[in-house]
Design a protein around this ligand. Structure first.
Ligand SMILES: [Zn+2]
Ligand SMILES: [Zn+2]
Length: 525
């Protein structure tokens, strides 16, 4: 696999003499498999130079895949200047995290509205398919792609690419869940452990390393990692090489040199074999298989594209928060994502709501003696001890209690003070995960792949063809509705749900939808 960095700067483009060596353009990375499959990771301003390279070879008939981590400006501003998208006869797939309200295409079209740009996304001449992704896996030709939510104040996906016997992981933008880890100390547990598992034994880890541990206290909650954390993570996850990227706009070339020199000096002291470097704009990294290969992550994972709209519509969040101001703010945040918020004031009410509504997520506050979220969490776990899937519990607290939280069954944390954007992202990610769990039982494996095919958007598609696509899509939706209704009915009558019961229902639904799904989900020509 061949990797080339076209943009390594974080947050905002920073051209000039002080950044000339490491580069001033924002995130963009070109990845090519040995067979020639082209994947572009993020489309910041660095995408312009990549676009020029592709155009110099003649972009007509070009074919490629753009994986967007999230739609913050520094990761998408190159799209309006990515010339191959405007060339008729080219074919591009654009992937990004699925939002609860807005589709990926709508989010990308936003920055190309009349007020901001003279050409709209609809005026792209290439044939473009948009893919709204959740956590899971999918294939791009010979490249296996896995996705994983990162910790950032916007719904953000990390990407793991596996091909040619190697694994490359791209994780931008991401802040460690535990603030202690950002300082370069503490144990990797909980959601940080999930992140480490995602990058496990990668041949190349390309990771956000915008800050240093010394700078971090002034940057808490900004959604970025520290160099110290990334190096520790690389050791822990047995990664072979680490490319530090998303360089802070205030970090000049000499400062990056000093950072890398310090890391290498410490590595020599510790006799570490981890190779750490700071990504340079234009740099090429060839990755070849080593005797110790990257771990496969394919087994048992969900497809990263699935029709989960009906499951999302059913989402609700249980709120056990005593601070009235915070409860009102969280409720507003939850409603902004189109999700229902349900309050409870004692455990009897909580138990009744959990049994009746099957919420997607519980947010509990821990601030004793006023409110004891740990006790509430333990009570919830006792109630659900015979269930296959646990209710995710996010604990709101002023201080991390990782060990006590793990013992009580806490899934994730919202450490005060937190921004509305952070809370909103965390709630969205858990609601989407819950929706996936919901659909996992409903749709058998072979159906997921066929249902995953997205509608094609192209300026060149005649109206009649677009009408056909709409008809096909609406039949799909009706088909999914039937499954959703049947599944909701089965859930109501089955508080005694078991894996065997779930499988029987899944088979029943699969048989019920077999005809329409096969007729209406053929790939478009
Ligand atoms: Zn960024
Ligand atoms: Zn960002």
């Amino acid at each position: 696999m061949r990797v080339q960095f076209w943009g390594t700067r974080g947050s905002i483009a920073k051209p000039g003499p002080s950044t000339a060596r490491y580069g001033g353009n924002t995130s963009c990375i070109e990845v090519r498999s040995a067979r020639g499959t082209l994947v572009i990771l993020d489309c910041g301003t660095g995408a312009h130079s990549l676009s020029q390279k592709l155009m110099s070879g003649g972009a007509k008939g070009s074919r490629g895949h753009i994986l967007i981590s999230h739609t913050h400006w520094d990761h998408i501003q190159g799209i309006p200047f990515f010339a191959p998208l405007f060339v008729p006869g080219s074919e591009w797939d654009i992937y990004g995290p699925k939002g609860l309200g807005q589709s990926l295409r709508e989010a990308l079209a936003g920055q190309m509205q009349y007020t901001y740009f003279p050409v709209t996304l609809d005026q792209c001449g290439a044939r473009i398919r948009y893919h709204d992704l959740i956590e899971g896996t999918f294939d791009i030709d010979d490249i296996k792609v896995s996705t994983h939510y990162l910790n950032h104040p916007a719904l953000t996906l990390g990407y793991r690419l596996e091909a040619d016997g190697v694994a490359v992981v791209y994780a931008c933008d991401h802040e460690p869940h535990s603030r202690m880890l950002a300082t370069g100390h503490g144990d990797i547990t909980g959601q940080d452990l999930r992140h480490a598992e995602f990058i496990n034994r990668a041949d190349l880890l390309i990771h956000d390393a915008q800050y240093t541990a010394e700078e971090y206290p002034a940057k808490v909650g900004w959604g970025h990692s520290t160099v110290e954390y990334v190096v520790n993570l690389g050791h822990f996850a047995q990664v072979k090489r680490v490319a530090l990227t998303h360089h802070d706009p205030l970090r000049d070339d000499d400062a990056i040199d000093r950072l890398v020199a310090n890391i290498r000096a410490k590595s020599r002291e510790n006799a570490s074999s981890l190779d750490v470097f700071a990504a340079v704009e234009g740099q090429v990294v060839e990755i070849t298989p080593s005797p110790e290969k990257g771990s496969a992550r394919r087994a048992g994972e969900l497809q990263a594209e699935m029709p989960i709209e009906r499951a999302i519509a059913e989402c609700s969040v249980l709120l056990g928060v005593a601070d009235t101001k915070m409860a009102a703010a969280l409720s507003k945040t939850i409603r902004a994502e189109g999700i229902h918020a349900k309050f409870f004031s004692n455990m009897d009410e909580a138990r009744a709501l959990i049994a009746k509504d099957r919420p997607s997520l519980a947010i509990l506050e821990h601030d004793p003696p006023r409110i004891d979220g740990m006790d509430m969490c333990r009570a919830i776990r006792q109630q659900e001890s015979d269930r296959e899937h646990q209710l995710p519990v996010v604990m709101v607290t002023a201080q991390e209690h990782q060990a006590r939280g793990a013992a009580a069954g806490v899934t994730d944390w919202l450490i005060k003070p937190f921004t509305d954007a952070y809370a909103r992202t965390k709630i969205s990610a858990w609601a989407l995960r819950a929706a996936c769990q919901w659909i996992r039982v409903v749709v058998p494996e072979d159906k997921k792949r066929r249902l995953a095919r997205p509608p094609v958007h192209s300026r060149r598609a005649p109206m009649a063809q677009r009408g056909m696509e709409n008809k096909r899509f609406s039949k799909n939706v009706i088909n999914t509705d039937k499954s959703a209704l049947l599944w909701m009915y089965c859930r109501e009558i089955a508080p005694f749900e078991t894996p065997a019961f779930s499988k029987a229902v899944g088979d029943l639904i699969a048989r019920a939808r077999k005809g329409p799904a096969e007729t209406h989900n053929r790939p478009t020509a």
